[in-house]
Ligand binder design. Structure first.
Ligand SMILES: Nc1ncnc2c1ncn2[C@@H]1O[C@H](COP(=O)(O)OP(=O)(O)OP(=O)(O)O)[C@@H](O)[C@H]1O
Length: 310
């Protein structure tokens, strides 16, 4: 089997490019067939992977963040015989947090020796999402930070802090309506909505501690509009994944574990798909059960809910 290493030089402020010497040394030492490819811009990883997958079964290592992984996974939409691995070199690396012994993901030998397992992916209006798709205050922060980063001397974390401050002063809560294939419905103003395959997003926030990437289900959590004061109070619990146990949690959150969700927004909203922002008014999110062959490096395993809560 051929091994393709897809390096995103823009991810994690250049972390991925630093992996190249170790990859080359290991693969040459083992005499394994491999190719290292540096992506040239947005969409290039997807196009390259789609082209190479036509040549036959192969393993594609996404070397970057969740955005790079998303592109590789979308490139393999029609190639179930190909495998995907992740060598984390991004900023947030949230998908990785769904596994134990995360350090093994950096170890080229453990990656090459790893076995592929079937995991679920989400189809969001036809595009694949491997970790999380979300809308509300959080996706607005990502979009606002991207704008602020264009200002000289405003980079990295500062852009996010400023974005939170700007949005905190604006009206919060968006008009959304939901329908799931379990027959659950909800309508009203919502602060944050996450449709989760994985448990984490935003650099370690845990909106869906009960999500499992191989259970054939997605977790829908939609937090209703609350006062700014309550919002501030909830942030810590939201980060830890304990907010669902808050008093009046059932009234606060519309929640379902299902396989299909329809969402309608009264006005155009920003949607994050594994961290990439797109506009939407209508969404259909469907689980593609076991749709991806994902390599778990030797020595790692899937994280259970109890591991998060400990
Ligand atoms: N050569 C390139 N130049 C600029 N952008 C690129 C290039 N190659 C890929 N990209 C884009 O870089 C974006 C960010 O990549 P990625 O999400 O992997 O990194 P990150 O944002 O640092 O990490 P994370 O999502 O884990 O926080 C993706 O949208 C991808 O399409």
């Amino acid at each position: 089997m051929h091994h393709y290493f897809i390096i995103n030089p823009a991810a994690g402020q250049g972390k991925a490019a630093k992996l190249v010497p170790a990859i080359r040394e290991y693969m040459e030492g083992e005499g394994l067939p491999f190719t290292i490819y540096q992506t040239k811009g947005v969409g290039d990883a997807m196009a390259y992977v789609r082209y190479m997958a036509k040549k036959g079964p192969a393993r594609f290592y996404a070397c970057g963040g969740d955005g790079t992984l998303n592109e590789v996974v979308n490139g393999l939409k029609k190639f179930p015989q190909c495998q995907v691995a992740l060598i984390p070199a991004g900023t947030g690396n949230d998908f990785l947090r769904n596994f134990t012994n995360m350090e093994n993901f950096q170890d080229i030998a453990a990656q090459v020796a790893g076995e592929a397992v079937a995991i679920d992916v989400l189809q969001v209006n036809g595009r694949r999402v491997v970790n999380m798709t979300n809308t509300g205050f959080d996706s607005a922060v990502v979009a606002q930070a991207a704008k602020l980063k264009k200002i000289p001397f405003v980079a990295g974390p500062l852009a996010y802090v400023l974005a939170v401050a700007v949005l905190f002063c604006r009206p919060m809560g968006k008009d959304l309506s939901f329908r799931t294939d379990n027959g659950k419905e909800a309508k009203g103003k919502f602060l944050l909505t996450a449709l989760a395959n994985g448990k984490f997003y935003g650099g370690g926030f845990c909106p869906a501690p009960m999500a499992k990437i191989n259970d054939g289900k997605l977790e829908l959590v939609a937090v209703r509009k609350v006062s700014r004061w309550r919002f501030l109070h909830l942030v810590g619990a939201f980060r830890k994944g304990t907010y669902l146990q808050e008093p009046a949690g059932e009234k606060l959150v519309f929640q379902d574990c299902c396989t299909r969700v329809h969402i309608h927004a009264k006005e155009t909203q920003k949607l994050s798909m594994d961290g990439e922002i797109v506009p939407f008014t209508h969404l259909e999110v469907v689980v593609e059960k076991g749709g991806l062959s994902f390599v778990v490096p030797k020595g790692s395993a899937l994280l259970e809910e109890r591991d998060v809560m400990e």
